[in-house]
Write a protein that binds this ligand. Structure first.
Ligand code: LMR
Length: 394
């Protein structure tokens, strides 16, 4: 039977990660996969995570199974973190998942069970794995206008016009904050317009929230998700703990599903448990337990928010420095948007050929669409990066 298998297309982000690892040049710079790095180039284990793991080492008495939806204390703590206690608990079902990708997968499988003919609308551009998962679960995928490269911001008229094509039974994917790959988020006023457009369409909203705390702050970054959750009847939120807790490989995530009324909540909850059972039985617990321990311990919570704030501050500082360096190297303001965008990523409007030359001639690795992981940058590398971009893509 294996003779019938077709090779799978590479994921552009993970394929670049492999290429970077195989590059022997000592001065190579990795601005590809979305991981945060500190000034020493390390993706650190956060202090609060270390302390929580220490506590677990000393106090955890069993590693027997949790429930199919994971540890309810983790799901409750994440619900508070994301929704801030603003939503009627009767509406909310939730399950721990294997990272943010697991949350998206379970969300889209749930959508398929509820609405097998659904079209899933994603922004143009979006994280490449969105389309891949949507098609893998057997749903159709359609892009809506989102990014205006000339403005470095949102094409809000195009977006609203395209969202009008979404129908009841469809799903509209929104990035809750720190849009991946562009770093361009709607303003608060634009979020209100988006909510009105979605209210008219009556499509179900799926918010991908993978970078909570990396934009402006935990509450500020959750504001759009909370607005959508308050205003619209059916909302799914796929949350990742990979970046904000630095738990990447521990695969902690949660899927929250808000029904219009409490009447559907129990059936949704049962479906989430079954989807976990069918995929992997019980979701991984170690990272989830660490996140829950931090969120429920005031001292650890304070340490975590403090360190997350430092990481956010560092990314914003790198953004400003890179925009300044590019301004002086190119003598133009065409990269000024870097300083005002949010989160780990921005997208440079440079052609794929220039991205290839940056990689091959300068050992500088960006995703082929021009996505640059600002959070992977080292301040010392900024002059070299700016010079290389100005030289290759003047
Ligand atoms: C990214 O976009 O680089 C991250 O979310 C990592 C991944 O899994 O693609």
């Amino acid at each position: 039977m294996f003779a019938e298998l077709r090779p799978q297309p590479d994921d552009p982000i993970l394929a670049l990660m492999d290429r970077f690892r195989a590059d022997p040049r000592a001065d190579k710079i990795d601005l590809g996969v979305g991981v945060y790095r500190n000034s020493r180039g390390v993706t650190p284990v956060m202090q609060a995570v270390k302390s929580a793991e220490q506590q677990l080492l000393e106090r955890q008495e069993s590693k027997s199974y949790t429930g199919l939806a994971g540890d309810p204390a983790f799901v409750a703590a994440m619900t508070r973190l994301v929704l801030g206690g603003e939503i009627d608990a009767e509406r909310i079902a939730g399950a721990a998942t294997v990272g943010g990708t697991g949350a998206l997968r379970q969300a889209l499988d749930l959508a398929r069970l509820a609405s097998p003919g659904a079209t899933v609308h994603i922004p143009d551009p979006s994280w490449p794995n969105h389309r891949a998962i949507i098609e893998a679960v057997g749903l159709s995928c359609r892009s809506y206008r989102y990014y205006d490269p000339a403005a470095g911001g949102i094409d809000i008229e195009g977006m609203i016009a395209d969202l009008a094509a979404a129908e009841p039974g469809d799903v509209v994917v929104l990035h809750g904050c720190c849009h991946n790959p562009t770093g361009a988020d709607p303003t608060a006023a634009q979020w209100h317009d988006i909510v009105e457009a979605l209210r008219t369409s009556r499509a179900t909203v799926l918010i991908d929230l993978a970078y909570l705390g990396f934009g402006e702050g935990l509450d500020a970054d959750a504001a759009a998700t909370r607005l959508v959750a308050r205003q619209l009847p059916e909302v799914i939120v796929a949350v990742s703990c990979s970046k904000n807790f630095g738990l990447y490989r521990d695969r902690a995530g949660v899927v929250l599903v808000l029904s219009e009324t409490g009447a559907h909540r129990d059936v949704v909850q049962g479906n989430l448990a079954t989807l976990n059972r069918l995929a992997y039985s019980f979701p991984a617990d170690h990272g989830a337990k660490v996140a829950e321990t931090i969120l429920n311990d005031p001292a650890l919570h304070a340490s975590w928010t403090e360190e997350l704030g430092q990481m956010r501050g560092r990314i914003n500082e790198l953004r400003r420095s890179l925009a300044d360096a590019l301004r002086s190297e190119t003598g133009s303001d065409r990269f000024a948007f870097l300083a005002s965008q949010n989160g780990m990523f921005s997208r440079l409007a440079v052609p794929p050929e220039d991205i290839r030359r940056l990689r091959e001639e300068k050992a500088i690795y960006l995703i082929g669409d021009g996505r640059l992981n600002v959070a992977g940058l080292n301040a010392e590398d900024i002059p070299r990066l700016a010079r290389a971009i100005a030289e290759i893509s003047p």
